[in-house]
Write a protein that binds this ligand. Structure first.
Ligand SMILES: Nc1ncnc2c1ncn2[C@@H]1O[C@H](COP(=O)(O)OP(=O)(O)O)[C@@H](O)[C@H]1O
Ligand SMILES: [Mg+2]
Length: 232
């Protein structure tokens, strides 16, 4: 079966700095693949390169299509949703307006989105800037899911959320992953272990480890790759 994403030898240079130095990774169809690594190792840059948002060299296939040199809109239209780091909702617009701006088809999946996020239906008229961080994250994920696309790239969704909200988010992402293949950048190892079937660890712009999330149970492995003592 073709992979959802297949990357080989991806290089990105930003302002003279060689940020990705030959990243190769494979995201199988279905479920969650987690992309891990310390701050600044190139996780966000990897997602942006997949979307054609930063210039890169190397081979990228998305859902079996060779997308080298494709402009972003064409890649997105293969069916790729993006939830950026720091959420980036339109603060001055209502929840409903944020969602409407994300519509890319004549048949947006409001039923799916509101069954995943009932609270967003209740808050449809509320300005997104007045929502909590957790609620804004839900809007951001809902936008990416609205078109029923098969692949979602989600960048550090738990960042800055209170622990109680992190577990709510993990529950939602578990359901999201039943509807789409997810490439998830995530620093919270408990979330990774709960959701991911596969982890890819980046360090200094290269993949240094790929495997089963349970391998991160070993604090030495977790510390070596991530600079943390493991999940609790
Ligand atoms: N627009 C940019 N301008 C300059 N440097 C950047 C830019 N984007 C990323 N970088 C650098 O690239 C490296 C990787 O960044 P990033 O992909 O955001 O890492 P991560 O998401 O893993 O924390 C960092 O050293 C960062 O400073
Ligand atoms: Mg990042």
């Amino acid at each position: 079966m073709t992979s959802a994403i297949k990357v080989s030898n991806l290089h990105v240079t930003i302002e003279g700095s060689h940020v990705l130095q030959g990243v190769s990774l494979d995201v199988p169809n279905g479920g969650v693949t987690a992309l891990l690594g310390r701050n600044g190792v190139g996780k966000t840059t990897t997602l942006k390169a997949l979307l054609g948002l930063v210039p890169s060299t190397g081979d990228v296939a998305i859902m079996g299509r060779d997308v080298r040199g494709w402009p972003t809109h064409r890649i997105v239209n293969l069916g790729v949703g993006y939830v950026p780091e720091d959420r980036d909702v339109f603060a001055g617009l209502t929840v409903e307006e944020n969602l409407r701006l994300a519509e890319r088809s004549a048949a947006p999946r409001y039923d799916d989105v509101f069954s995943l996020f009932p609270e967003l239906r209740e808050r449809a008229r509320q300005r997104a800037g007045t929502l909590s961080g957790g609620q804004q994250q839900m809007v951001s994920i809902a936008r990416a899911m609205l078109n029923g696309w098969p692949l979602l790239l989600i960048d550090e969704p738990s960042k800055g959320l209170a622990p109680r909200l992190v577990s709510e988010l993990a529950e939602v992402l578990e359901r999201v992953a039943q509807l789409a293949t997810v490439l998830l950048v995530e620093q919270n190892l408990a979330v990774v272990k709960r959701l991911a079937q596969r982890v890819v660890v980046l360090d200094h712009g290269e993949v240094v480890h790929e495997g089963d999330p349970s391998e991160l149970d070993d604090p030495l492995v977790a510390r070596r790759f991530l600079g943390v003592a493991g999940a609790s």
